[in-house]
Design a protein around this ligand. Structure first.
Ligand SMILES: [Zn+2]
Length: 148
């Protein structure tokens, strides 16, 4: 969410209230401390997930938030910031406009968002998601990250 005062994109949520169709958030800009309110429409995700074994299941946001919370454990991010990551990811999934989304595609989108925010969390996330089998594969990914 862009600050209307200085256009910084970093803000923290100080209060959040849901009603039927929208969520009202009080935000404070991290750059200039300007306070502003946003109203975000709640879109209900309507797609199912195609898993690796080709079975299908309904979309479950808590699976995404659980993955994010684990990856960011002890990293300097507030819970509301992490919920925002989940919101962004969910919006991106909705905007694909697909009835079915492959779990691998979701994994890629989640890891891209995490990577942009925190390298340590990213390595943690992909070590679970790509199920690294040994230290070598972990180091290879870390090395890739350093070279980028
Ligand atoms: Zn600002």
């Amino acid at each position: 969410m862009q600050c209307p005062n200085c256009h910084s994109k970093e803000s923290k949520v100080t209060d959040s209230r849901d009603d039927d169709r929208s969520v009202r958030r009080r935000r404070e800009c991290l750059a200039c401390s300007h306070r502003f309110t946003t109203y975000e429409k709640i879109e209900i995700p309507r797609f199912s997930i195609v898993k690796r074994d080709r079975s299908r299941e309904g979309y479950d946001r808590s699976k995404i938030t659980t993955g994010i919370f684990l990856a960011f454990e002890k990293r300097p991010f507030t819970k509301s910031r992490l919920e925002e990551f989940a919101d962004d990811i969910e919006q991106e999934l909705i905007s694909l406009g697909q009835k079915e989304i492959k779990s691998s595609q979701i994994g890629d989108i989640v890891s891209r968002h995490i990577k942009a925010a925190d390298e340590v969390a990213y390595l943690r996330f992909i070590s679970v998601y790509k199920s690294f089998k040994n230290a070598k594969s972990f180091i290879r990914e870390a090395d890739k990250l350093i070279r980028q």
